[in-house]
Design a protein around this ligand. Structure first.
Ligand code: FE
Ligand code: FE
Ligand code: ZN
Length: 277
């Protein structure tokens, strides 16, 4: 079995977000920790987070994913941007302890012309300055499409970051199907081979979550434009193979497809009908 859910908004509170997930037939979810393009985060209401944690337990949710804002770039050439990333990252990790034992996913960043090696060092530096032995959260590096100067376009780049992290037990990877397809990994014709490569470069024990998205563009396009499930270049039969793959069982799968609530509900239902188990 897999856990299946979608991206939701926490703007109405955590408990409301959990109830929204249930209405869609989800048993996991993802949300932005703060405005995806800005810095503002709402003050935590402990009654609300407790009610949310209870709701998830009562309904057998899998791990959920908090997503860092897109503005977070720990490997920008601009020092202020890097300092801002560190501050937001630390603050988000402290807030995550109100919904303990879940995942915090972030885009490794864009090196903005500094080069991949410097970028990787700066990303690892932010992680080493913010991860703590006591945190219950596992931080996930997201696989990226390789748009512009994005780092994380290959499994090797992600592993190069992990190699430099001290608290390796706090690090995992979130595999985004649209992103790796756009990065050039052939999950349509060679899913087994791609997972084998992931295992040999990073190790499947680090794979903690899946972003399930179809792609508007061709394999290797480095574009990163998500499509609804079955309507892009990855296609329905590859999607069904992904959700049923024996090596991916037990993971949370989150849709980040261009959908409203009703569209997500239909996609979740359609996928569940095609999960064998
Ligand atoms: Fe993402
Ligand atoms: Fe994603
Ligand atoms: Zn994306």
């Amino acid at each position: 079995m897999i856990y299946l859910g979608c991206h939701l908004s926490v703007s109405g509170g955590f408990e409301k977000m959990g109830k929204d997930a249930l209405k869609l037939g989800a048993d996991t979810l993802q949300f932005f920790t703060r405005n995806p393009r800005g810095a503002n985060a709402k003050k935590i209401d402990e009654n609300d987070t407790k009610a949310f944690v209870n709701l998830m337990q009562q309904n057998n949710f899998g791990k959920i994913i908090a997503h860092a804002p897109y503005t977070l770039n720990p490997c920008s050439a601009d020092e202020n941007t890097r300092n801002f990333a560190l501050k937001i990252f630390k603050d988000d990790l402290s807030r995550m302890e109100y919904i303990p034992n879940n995942y915090y996913n972030f885009h490794p960043g864009s090196h903005t012309g500094q080069g991949v090696d410097i970028g990787i060092n700066q990303i690892a530096d932010m992680l080493n300055k913010s991860l703590t032995e006591n945190q219950s959260t596992i931080v996930l590096l997201e696989t990226m499409a390789g748009k512009g100067t994005e780092i994380g376009r290959s499994f090797q780049e992600l592993q190069a970051i992990i190699d430099k992290v001290e608290l390796k037990n706090k690090i995992g990877v979130c595999l985004d199907t649209c992103h790796i397809f756009d990065a050039g990994y052939d999950i349509v014709n060679n899913l087994d081979g791609v997972l084998k490569e992931f295992n040999s470069v990073i190790g499947l024990d680090r794979l903690k979550a899946i972003h399930l998205n179809d792609s508007k563009n061709a394999m290797g396009s480095h574009k990163d434009r998500h499509e609804t499930i079955g309507n892009g270049n990855i296609g329905l039969s590859a999607m069904f193979k992904i959700v049923n793959h024996p090596l991916l069982q037990g993971l949370p799968f989150c849709l980040e497809t261009p959908n409203d609530a009703d569209g997500y509900k239909k996609e979740i239902q359609m996928l569940r009908e095609n999960i064998n188990s």
